[in-house]
Design a protein around this ligand. Structure first.
Ligand SMILES: [Zn+2]
Length: 529
């Protein structure tokens, strides 16, 4: 695109493109504040060579550009023939014919409609802003993308993805969703106090909201260079995870979950298990940043399935899965702390609703060594009985996850960089690299359970459990028995059965610690996508 020139020559490439988005925000604010009758704010024209402004005027409710300004900008010749009542706009190769009083233009022999006829004021002609994409673009043979919300005209092959953002606080998580049209390659890196999302683009057409949770995310803004969106992090930020989701019609969606530093969720001690006097690590240091592997199982996260509004399965006598899982989780916490030491964190220690992603996030955020999710099963066959142990099946998570599980470093989508030594694996993939250890743990749990309680014919299985997929450590899910079976319902609610489950789990964790607990996964490859 050499046709677009500033009067004084070619603008320095991108030197003046800086902070278009913030400029646009100001422009939009200015429009909103416009008293009626005043001229609206100018459009910004983006080309490979830089940025220009193009003023508009309003005539009878129609926003219009001055033809002479378009002529300067796009190298056009304008000729008015008052005798025949015609107005022609000529590009290097084509002619656009306008007729005063008619809401039409003929561009290269094709008639296009306009929302209003051209308007003459003094010696100047004005045309509706739609003239640019409808008539001028085909006549010039170049893309002229008129974006009303952001008051932009994107010329030619300038890559100016449109980005809108949402910030949604979700308890311990703050989810930032960037909708990107069209989907644009990008990288995410962390610097000391900010995350940078850098797009493979020339400029961003971004609309960014204020953050409702400044202690985790202070601000969301277009940084310098203006192809980077910066997430300024607040004092409670601990870690993040990011994933890409394909959107509709070529759009892309980037989901960034900011995980807040949490004090242990099990803060109020269970009535049956008074809190041990062992000091808990201060949460001042972000736990994810500890990189030194420590022998043994320092931190075990126990996930009591369901809770709050989610009752889980219900037995014929009214026993609720959510109550059984919480009772066993509390007993297990006390038993592990007594027999193994270390720290046990419950994803809930009360009757509250906790999201599936949040459960794994608690484990990841505290850099747990093992994650165990407790459940009780249900079946329409009331005779179904026995415990089952699950670890994650990657089949539903695509080839990338399976390659990740095979330790192919190239396939591990890891973002890195900045001043912190931190690695972030795509959330959906986190469990993939621990599948082998999870399978070992599952077999140990299954073996210990078999010594004490009835097992289902399918005692060990793989399944695509959502609660496991994001866990960045060996993780298993235990269905302790079938609550839909009247006899098992009684057992599940009984102290003796719950104690058997707890003993089996402690024993299997001890075995796992002694055989595999000191292993740490190999460092992820430095591939930055
Ligand atoms: Zn369940």
């Amino acid at each position: 695109m050499r046709r677009f020139r500033a009067p004084g020559g070619i603008l320095p490439v991108f030197a003046t493109v800086a902070t278009v988005a913030s400029l646009m925000t100001a422009v939009l604010a200015a429009i909103a504040a416009q008293p009626a009758g005043q001229a609206p704010a100018a459009y910004t024209v983006l080309t490979r060579d830089g940025r220009r402004t193009l003023a508009t005027r309003v005539f009878s409710g129609q926003e219009m550009f001055a033809l002479d300004e378009l002529a300067k900008m796009f190298d056009l010749a304008i000729r008015e023939d008052a005798v025949v009542g015609a107005l022609t706009v000529t590009t290097k190769t084509q002619t656009i014919a306008l007729t005063p009083g008619q809401a039409l233009a003929s561009a290269g022999g094709r008639v296009v409609s306009l929302p209003a006829p051209p308007v003459k004021e003094g010696q100047r002609w004005f045309v509706p802003i739609d003239f640019v994409p409808r008539a001028l673009a085909p006549a010039l043979g170049t893309r002229l993308d008129l974006r009303r919300p952001s008051r932009l005209i994107v010329v030619g092959d300038v890559r100016a993805p449109r980005i809108t953002a949402r910030v949604e606080p979700q308890n311990a998580l703050t989810r930032v969703t960037l909708e990107v049209t069209p989907a644009t390659p990008h990288t995410i890196t962390q610097e000391t106090s900010r995350l940078l999302v850098r797009f493979d683009a020339d400029v961003l057409d971004a609309t960014l909201p204020a953050s409702p949770v400044p202690d985790v995310l202070q601000a969301l803004r277009v940084a310098d260079p203006p192809i980077v969106i910066a997430l300024d992090l607040g004092p409670r930020f601990a870690s993040f995870r990011a994933s890409d989701v394909p959107g509709e019609r070529g759009a892309g969606r980037i989901v960034i979950d900011l995980i807040a530093q949490t004090t242990e969720p099990a803060a109020p001690a269970a009535p049956t298990a008074p809190a041990p006097s062992t000091p808990t690590p201060a949460p001042a240091e972000p736990p994810l940043l500890e990189t030194t592997p420590t022998a043994g199982l320092r931190i075990v996260v126990i996930d009591a399935g369901h809770g709050g509004d989610e009752l889980g399965a219900r037995g014929a006598q009214g026993t609720l899965e959510k109550d059984v899982t919480l009772a066993v989780a509390r007993r297990l916490k006390a038993a592990i702390e007594a027999r193994m030491g270390g720290r046990v964190i419950l994803t809930r220690d009360g009757d509250q609703t906790v999201g599936l992603d949040e459960r794994a996030a608690v484990a990841n955020n505290n850099q747990a060594d093992v994650f165990i999710s407790l459940h009780a099963n249900a079946s329409v066959r009331t005779s179904a009985a026995g415990a089952e142990v699950f670890y994650l099946s990657l089949e539903d998570y695509g080839a990338q996850a399976q390659r990740a599980a095979q330790g192919d470093g190239e396939a591990l989508p890891v973002f890195g960089g900045g001043t912190r030594d931190i690695e972030v694996i795509l959330w959906e993939m986190a469990q993939a690299r621990h599948i082998e250890d999870s399978a070992i743990l599952a077999r140990l749990v299954e073996g210990s359970l078999r010594d004490r309680v009835a097992m289902s014919p399918r005692a060990i299985q793989q399944a695509p459990f959502r609660v496991l997929v994001g866990a960045n450590m060996p993780a298993v899910l235990v269905e302790m028995g079938f609550i839909s079976n009247p006899e098992q319902e009684k057992q599940l609610a009984s102290e003796s059965f719950q104690t058997s489950i707890v003993q089996a789990l402690v024993e299997s964790l001890l075995r796992f610690r002694d055989t595999h607990g000191t292993q740490t996964p190999p460092p992820a490859a430095g591939a930055r996508r």
